[in-house]
Design a protein around this ligand. Structure first.
Ligand code: EPZ
Length: 422
């Protein structure tokens, strides 16, 4: 079982290149199901979750040719509409094949994704949305069965909560429906806009992505066997990877140039980093982050985009754990997203939790320790903690990190960190 060992105390210096976004690539790859023909992708990140969804698509019958960060997916040969438990349990975002499968084939059988460390992660809104489009949904033996007599039928649907993958699933399903669908209270993340842009390149008609109301004029009315068409899709940069390196630069009092990130996508993160005293400069070459001698305590509240992202909460908490003064961290998206707190406390952080609030009292420094990775972003926060702590930190169960960060230790090594995988 891989571990990462870090000797802390080195300010990060240099340039780091941001990879393609995991949470953009996953729906984009699932969208290939809607296409009769090949879809070419570039800037696909090399991550465990990407490997998982490729395995799932191949299991359904798609052909995939991969070459580094490029791949070609042809879903024409798909002859199976079942996403099996063993594949879905490894990566719950596999639920993203549900909408495309039922839209294209009129039926789908997808294992219910279980919860995960950060929460129950229900998919009820995905299912209610598909029912609004005319799908019959049943749940038997841990599987979602979705069927339609003919095609999905365009309709209006209001999300109780702005769900990211729920918005993506319904947007994809509606592209092949008969008539127009209007989705309301949609999530507005950049990954949703990127998916809409890709669907439109494939011949769909999606308007309003990035706002709370998305209109999809389905092509189902025009042809018996509707499908989208081949296209070339470039994956947008990973705003959470960028934010993770920016917080690490600030926490180690370093000076790092983040290349390849999209400043427009990380306004919430930049805002809070500047409030904490870090210097964040947007230049032609990239985003330059310089740490401050004194880190100011800064409250954060996680919110749907464009608010401060929940996927950055754990990382920012590490910065606050060595700030001057007390900071309040309010997690409003997931019910159990403080798993990293116990491990940070073992490294000397002074944090107390009350419900979905954490009070972080800044300490002079953290001390290295043996710690356990749990969920993806909590694990990234432990890497940052190891980089700032005095002494040696060993992070166990590193596979959690590999799900969402491409060669994280190599990238930190190029920034001068004393870090190695063992
Ligand atoms: C996406 O998850 C991301 N994953 C998550 O990133 C991210 O944390 C999350 O959005 C919030 O930004 C991908 O894009 C693959 P949601 P998703 O549906 O879509 C509730 C990472 O680390 N909800 O927006 O599953 C839900 O319980 C991962 O990269 C329902 O109640 O999140 C949560 O409280 C972690 N019913 C809230 O909505 C539903 O049907 C937001 O969840 C769906 C969601």
């Amino acid at each position: 079982m891989d571990k990462i060992e870090i000797i802390g105390g080195t300010p990060l210096q240099g340039t780091v290149q941001i990879s393609g976004a995991k949470n953009a690539a996953l729906p984009l790859l699932a969208a290939s199901i809607l296409v009769q023909g090949a879809v070419d992708y570039t800037n696909i990140p090399d991550l465990m979750d990407i490997k998982s969804i490729k395995l799932l698509l191949q299991d359904l019958g798609a052909t995939i040719e991969s070459n580094g960060s490029q791949c070609r997916i042809n879903a024409s040969p798909i002859n199976k509409i079942e996403a099996e438990y063993d594949l879905v349990r490894k990566m719950r975002a596999s639920i993203l094949v549900l909408g495309p499968l039922v839209a294209r084939f009129g039926r789908a059988r997808v294992s219910l994704p279980g919860g995960c460390a950060i929460g129950a992660r229900p998919v009820d809104l995905h299912l209610k949305g598909l029912e609004a489009l005319g799908a019959k949904i049943s749940i038997e033996h841990g599987y979602i069965e979705a069927t339609t007599d003919d095609k999905l039928i365009g309709n209006e649907f209001y999300f109780d909560i702005p769900t990211v993958t729920g918005t993506e699933n319904l947007m994809m399903a509606a592209t092949l429906a008969k008539g127009t669908t209007i989705l309301r209270n949609c999530a507005r993340e950049p990954e949703i806009t990127a998916l809409a842009d890709a669907l439109n390149k494939m011949g769909a008609d999606v308007i309003g992505a990035g706002t709370a109301v998305i209109r999809i004029n389905g092509i189902g009315t025009d042809s018996l066997n509707p499908s989208l068409k081949s296209a070339s899709i470039h994956v947008i940069p990973d705003r959470i990877e960028a934010g993770t390196f920016m917080v690490a630069a600030a926490a180690t009092n370093g000076d790092v140039l983040i290349q390849g990130a999209e400043p427009e996508h990380i306004g919430g993160i930049i805002n809070k980093l500047r409030q904490s005293g870090a210097s964040v400069e947007i230049t032609q070459d990239g985003i330059r982050v310089k740490g401050a001698e004194k880190i100011k305590s800064t409250d954060i509240k996680t919110l749907p985009y464009p608010g401060f992202p929940t996927d950055m909460q754990a990382q920012f908490m590490v910065l606050m754990s060595i700030a001057e003064g007390n900071s309040v961290v309010h997690e409003t998206i997931f019910e159990n997203r403080f798993i990293h707190v116990n491990e940070l406390q073992r490294m000397g952080a002074d944090i107390s939790i009350s419900g979905n609030y954490a009070m972080v009292r800044g300490v002079k420094n953290l001390s290295g320790a043996q710690v356990m990775a749990s969920d993806l972003r909590a694990s990234a926060s432990l890497v940052i903690a190891g980089l700032v702590a005095k002494g040696s930190t060993t992070i166990n169960r590193v596979y959690h990190i590999d799900r969402g960060y491409e060669s994280i230790e190599k990238k930190f090594l190029t920034l001068g960190a004393n870090i190695r995988r063992c």
